[in-house]
Design a protein around this ligand. Structure first.
Ligand code: GLN
Length: 493
């Protein structure tokens, strides 16, 4: 079994907050750090396939700017200044192509930066490149990328999860110490779980979606990824906050994520109530995963937490509701990729009508899964079916939010598995869309309710020797609780 996990030594072995401290103290330059990760990418990414584009010159130029500031004794631009990052290729950037891993957008250059990207640049974070994903962020394995699959660093025959498999694999392979993902139904947490990294989906509205190519707008959220809980917390504070360009971003203070992570690092969970969802103890979950999650609950209890069982009957209908709402929004969001407004234009030879060119463009530009979702969503929204599907799904959404609200009357945080099994083999589920959809069972509910969630490494399953993630869920705008409990769990392992 070939592995490309993080080397035991060297700069690429260090977590982001340590690298930031070394850069600020002058022990090492941001250029040296950035170059070390670029070298690691050059060494392993040919086989791993985490990146769609590497921007070495741009990253090093950003690093030099930080080094200049350090040399001049200036205040650091942020707590992570100088530490490089891998960016999911769903966020638009002016200095690199943005493809959403689709042929439709091959070579597309954006005239502006996504708000999250602008914040990263202002924070002095060099962007190493754009990472692979399932086309338009639809999928659970990164195999729906129109360019290439990404492999799991723990076992190159297996998937890194999806849709954000590129970012997760880059972190797990030591190609980057920080990453950005987006999570519509689990695309940050699920790959984090399968690669043994940390990934956080903030509360809906916590991070601006401006400049994020829309998948399903009422579910999408940008979030931080890294190899430690504190690193995700520091990154969350950098990208979070209100943005006048995104009407759904909330005008509240960014949660104190880093303080919460530092508090949690003591490992003490005395007085914290942690919910365990009855409906998540499901047959079909891999034995090694159940074992690891049981051990995680036992550990949390040893650390002082009280475990309470909570009941969320609506979770039974979450898969169906999600795939109606998600596909409906996709059918509307992706209408703009028609070769006229956006996207490659196909077959415009001067003899064809606009409709014919649009049909040729969409027929060639989109992959099979994207087409499937557009067709499903268009059907769900069509006259006569709207009430039966879309409206019904919205009702389930309300029930899910109510179940969570009731659960959080009895606990501070919910803990759960992030995925039903460890990483599966490349090719295993590509011909079975339902099996692929079912894989996200544990991560979907909180997107429907807009709640924040985290996947934090819980160890390896004894039956497959592959990483398992513990998922933590908090009430809306209580993202800090994830960092407190996540850091405590991490410290107690
Ligand atoms: N796997 C889910 C889907 O395919 C979630 C995707 C995501 O979070 N972007 O819709």
């Amino acid at each position: 079994m070939t592995q490309y996990t993080i080397p035991a030594e060297g700069l690429v072995a260090k977590p982001a907050h340590e690298l930031a401290a070394m850069i600020q103290s002058g022990e090492v330059t941001s250029r040296e750090v950035t170059q070390a990760f670029l070298d690691r990418i050059a060494e392993v990414d040919g086989e791993l396939g985490a990146f769609l584009h590497v921007g070495a010159d741009e990253a090093l130029a950003a690093a030099d700017k930080v080094d200049e500031q350090v040399k001049n004794g200036e205040q650091p631009a942020s707590a992570l200044a100088g530490v490089p990052l891998a960016l999911k290729d769903l966020l638009v950037t002016t200095d690199a192509p943005t493809t959403a891993a689709s042929k439709m957008l091959e070579g597309y250059m954006s005239p502006y930066d996504a708000t999250a990207v602008a914040k990263l640049r202002a924070a002095g974070i060099p962007i190493l490149g754009k990472t692979n994903l399932d086309e338009f962020a639809m999928g659970s394995s990164t195999e729906n990328s129109a360019y290439k699959p990404t492999k799991n660093p723990h076992d190159l025959e297996r998937v890194p999860g999806g849709s954000g498999g590129g970012t997760a694999a880059a972190l797990a392979a030591g190609e980057a110490p920080l990453g950005i993902g987006t999570d519509t139904g689990g695309s940050i947490r699920q790959p984090a779980s399968l690669t043994g990294t940390v990934g956080v989906k903030p509360t809906y509205g916590g991070v601006s979606r401006y400049g994020v190519i829309a998948c399903a707008s009422s579910l999408d959220q940008v979030g931080p990824c890294a190899n430690t809980v504190l690193d995700t917390a520091l990154l969350h504070e950098i990208i979070g906050g209100h943005d006048e360009f995104d009407a759904t971003s909330v005008n509240r203070e960014v949660p104190a994520c880093a303080d919460a992570a530092r508090e949690g690092a003591s490992g003490d969970l005395q007085g914290v109530k942690i919910g365990r969802v009855k409906q998540f103890d499901r047959p079909g979950t891999q034995e090694g995963v159940t074992e690891t999650i049981n051990a995680a609950f036992a550990q949390l209890e040893r650390q002082g937490a009280e475990i309470v069982e909570v009941d969320c009957p609506s979770f039974h209908d979450v898969m169906e509701a999600y795939y109606i709402i998600q596909t409906s929004e996709v059918s509307s969001n992706l209408a703009r990729f028609d070769g006229m407004r956006y996207g490659q234009r196909v077959g415009d030879d001067g003899t064809r009508s606009a409709e014919e060119v649009m049909a040729a463009t969409r027929g060639e530009g989109f992959g099979a899964e994207v087409k499937r979702r557009i067709i499903l969503g268009t059907y769900a929204l069509s006259v006569g079916y709207y009430d039966a599907y879309y409206l019904q799904a919205q009702r389930v959404r309300t029930l899910v939010a109510q179940d969570f609200a009731k659960a959080f009357e009895r606990c501070d945080v919910i803990a759960a598995p992030a995925t039903p099994t460890t990483a599966f083999k490349l090719g295993d589920k590509v011909d079975d869309p339902l099996a692929m959809y079912n894989f996200d069972l544990f991560t979907l509910p909180l997107n429907l309710a807009g709640l924040p969630g985290m996947s934090v490494p819980a160890g390896k399953a004894s039956d497959t020797n592959l990483p398992v993630g513990l998922q933590l869920i908090a009430p809306a705008f209580e993202d800090a609780r994830l960092y407190r409990v996540g850091a405590a769990f991490e410290a107690g392992r």
